[in-house]
Design a protein around this ligand. Structure first.
Ligand code: ACO
Length: 325
C-alpha cells in the first residue's frame, strides 16, 4: 500500500526584525504588555520586494535541499496561505515557476487561515496515498503584515511574516502502522458559525479589496484552547495512544498563553512543545512548518519521533496531524 513520509524540511523568515519597542513607537503599547499577554518579543516583517511567494520559494528551496530532491522530482505543490500574491492565479503556480516543477506538476492554494498547513498536508497526503502524485511540496507562507491594521494595537502586535515547507514522498509499505515513518492520520474540522469572530474586513467579491484583520480576541482565545486540546485528545484516543506517547507537540504559534493552557489541559509539560512564538509572533499557516523546521534544526526532533501538530484559525477551522518523522 502507498504511504507518505516527510523527507525534507525548510523555512525562511524575512531578514527585517521588528521588536515590541519598535511597535510602541507607532501604537499605544509596550514590550511589557505584549510579552506578558502573548509571549511575543519580535516578529519578522517582509520588506518591499518580498511577498508571500518570495518567502515560500526560499522555504521550498530549503526543504528540497534537506530532502536531497531535485525540483523536477516534484509533481504536486500545495500552498497554504491567507495572503496570496494575487487574487488569482494560485500563488503555488509562482512557486512552481521559480523552482521548476515537473511537466506533470499540479499546483494549487489552500485557504483555511491558521489551520491551513495541516489542511494542505492532508490534501497532499491523500493525493500521494491515492497515487495521484509521487512527491509533493507542502508550503505555508504568509505576509500578514500586509493585512494588519497598523493603527489597531489589539491585532497588529500579534502577527508576523514567514514561510515553512516540507517535502512529502510516497512509499510502498506492507501496512499502515504507527510504528512506520510517515503521515499516520490528520483530522480537519470547521465551524462556519464562527466566521465573523476572526475575519478580514474585505475581499475581492465583497469590497474589491483584501481588507484588514479583525478579531474578537477573547472568543478566539477560548475556542483555540478548547478546540486544539480536544482535537489532540480525539486523534490520540482514535489511535489508542496516550498523551505521553508523543515525542513532540508542534502547535500553531498564536500566543504562548494559549499553548500553556493547552499543555495544562492535556497534562504535558511545556518543554515537550516546540515554541517559536517569542521570535516569530503568529504567522498563521506558516507557523507549524516553521516550528517543525526549528525543531529539526535544533536537534530536538529526531528521526523516528512521533509528532502531534495541532492548530486553529479563522473559519473557525481547526486540525491536527500525527506524523512519525
Ligand atoms: N497594548 C496595550 N494595551 C492593549 C493592547 C496592546 N497591544 N491591546 C489591547 N490592549 C488593552 C485593551 O484595550 C484593554 O484595555 P481596557 O481594559 O482599557 O479596555 C486591555 O488591554 C485588555 O484587553 P483584552 O482584550 O481584554 O486583553 P486580553 O488579556 O484578552 O489579551 C489578546 C488580548 C492577547 C488578543 C488575547 O485575547 C488573545 O491572545 N487572544 C487570542 C487571539 C489570537 O491569538 N489571535 C491570533 C489569530 S487566531 C489564531 O491564530 C488561533
Amino acid at each position: 500500500m502507498l504511504t507518505s513520509r516527510i523527507i525534507g524540511f525548510g523555512s525562511f523568515l524575512p531578514p527585517k526584525i521588528v521588536t515590541n519597542d519598535d511597535l510602541a513607537k507607532i501604537v499605544d503599547t509596550s514590550d511589557e504588555w505584549i510579552f506578558t499577554r502573548t509571549g511575543i518579543r519580535t516578529r519578522h516583517i517582509a520588506s518591499d520586494g518580498e511577498s508571500t511567494s518570495t518567502l515560500a520559494i526560499e522555504a521550498a528551496k530549503n526543504a528540497l535541499k534537506s530532502a536531497k530532491m531535485e525540483a523536477s522530482d516534484i509533481d504536486l505543490i500545495v500552498l497554504a496561505t491567507a495572503t496570496p500574491d494575487k487574487t488569482f492565479p494560485a500563488t503555488a503556480s509562482l512557486i512552481q515557476k521559480a523552482i521548476g516543477g515537473s511537466k506533470t506538476c499540479a499546483a494549487f492554494d489552500v485557504g483555511a487561515a491558521c489551520s491551513g498547513f495541516v489542511y494542505a498536508l492532508s490534501c497532499a497526503d491523500g493525493m500521494l496515498k491515492g497515487g495521484l502524485a509521487k512527491t509533493a511540496l507542502v508550503v505555508g507562507s504568509e505576509t500578514l503584515s500586509r493585512v494588519c491594521d497598523w493603527t489597531d494595537r489589539t491585532t497588529c502586535v500579534l502577527f508576523g511574516d514567514g514561510a515553512g515547507a516540507v517535502v512529502l514522498k510516497a512509499f510502498e509499505e506492507n501496512e499502515h502502522s504507527i510504528k512506520n515513518k510517515g503521515i499516520y492520520e490528520n483530522l480537519i474540522r470547521s465551524d462556519g458559525n464562527m466566521f465573523d469572530l476572526l475575519v478580514s474586513t474585505g475581499g475581492p467579491s465583497t469590497s474589491e479589496l483584501c481588507g484588514k484583520i479583525t478579531m474578537n480576541g477573547r472568543e478566539v482565545y477560548k475556542h483555540a484552547v478548547n478546540n486544539i486540546s480536544n482535537i489532540i485528545l480525539e486523534l490520540l484516543a482514535k489511535n489508542n495512544l496516550k498523551t505521553t506517547d508523543i515525542d513532540w507537540y508542534v502547535p500553531h504559534q498564536a500566543n504562548l498563553r494559549i499553548i500553556e493552557s493547552i499543555a495544562e489541559k492535556i497534562d504535558i509539560p511545556l518543554d515537550r512543545f516546540i515554541l517559536t512564538i517569542g521570535e516569530t509572533a503568529n504567522i498563521s499557516s506558516a507557523s507549524i512548518p516553521i516550528a517543525l523546521d526549528t525543531g529539526i534544526k535544533s536537534g530536538r526532533i529526531k528521526s523516528g519521533d512521533l509528532i502531534m501538530m495541532a492548530t486553529m484559525g479563522g473559519g473557525f477551522t481547526w486540525s491536527a496531524g500525527l506524523v512519525r518523522i
